[in-house]
Design a binder for this molecule. Sequence first.
Ligand code: FES
Length: 244
Amino acid sequence: MEDLIQKGSHAAPATYYILIQKDGPYLVYGKPPVNQEILTPDATGYSWTYKQGNTIENTEEPIALCRCGQSKHKPCCDGTHTYIEWDSEETAGKEPLLSGAKQFEGPEFILNDNKKYCAVARFCDGYGDIWHLIRKPATDVEKEIIKHQGTHCPSGRLVLVDAKTGEIYEPNLDPSIGILEDPVMKVSGPIWVKGGIRIQSADGSSYEIRNRVALCRCGHSSNKPFCDSTHIKVGFTDEKKKTV
Ligand code: FES
């Protein structure tokens, strides 16, 4: 069966892909760069940019990234998943993200929003939030803010469209992996899969290919393999393990 590709996204070269292991880690193929990326706020206090942190050396292929949240060598897998109890079940559907999205229409932009995929990275919340900003005619400055907010969400929950031309705003992202850190919330965040890397379920089928995807690495999402922001509730960090 042909892979689904989200409108506005492009598939990465086929050498890049992620295999989800049944009851095990994410196996990352193609040696994409893997870097810590730190959510960084602007003066409003809401996320605005990503600051690059440590690089995770990936000389081996595949690199195994922890999915249970309990490896002692996070973000890499150390085999802990084999002797602990954790819920590894993939519960997310394979349908396109946009088919479950709500549409918010304004004079200049249409905002597609599928809340199930929210990683609470808070790029959308500044300046009165993107949902309010798109409702009325926007100044040039506001248009730039709206485009920035709509395209920096790591999970791709928000898909921004030009209301007049139908153009989808997607950032140009090379195939790469970000290990998100969220110092404002004092937690570690999901795995940010960028640039259309295909993700294959443990059942052998693939999820829709998207430019921006946030994969759960705390082990607690109820929409696995995708992050649903539960890492904040459980206080997930790379440093030490906390429980719900
Ligand atoms: S990393 Fe976000 S819910 Fe697990």
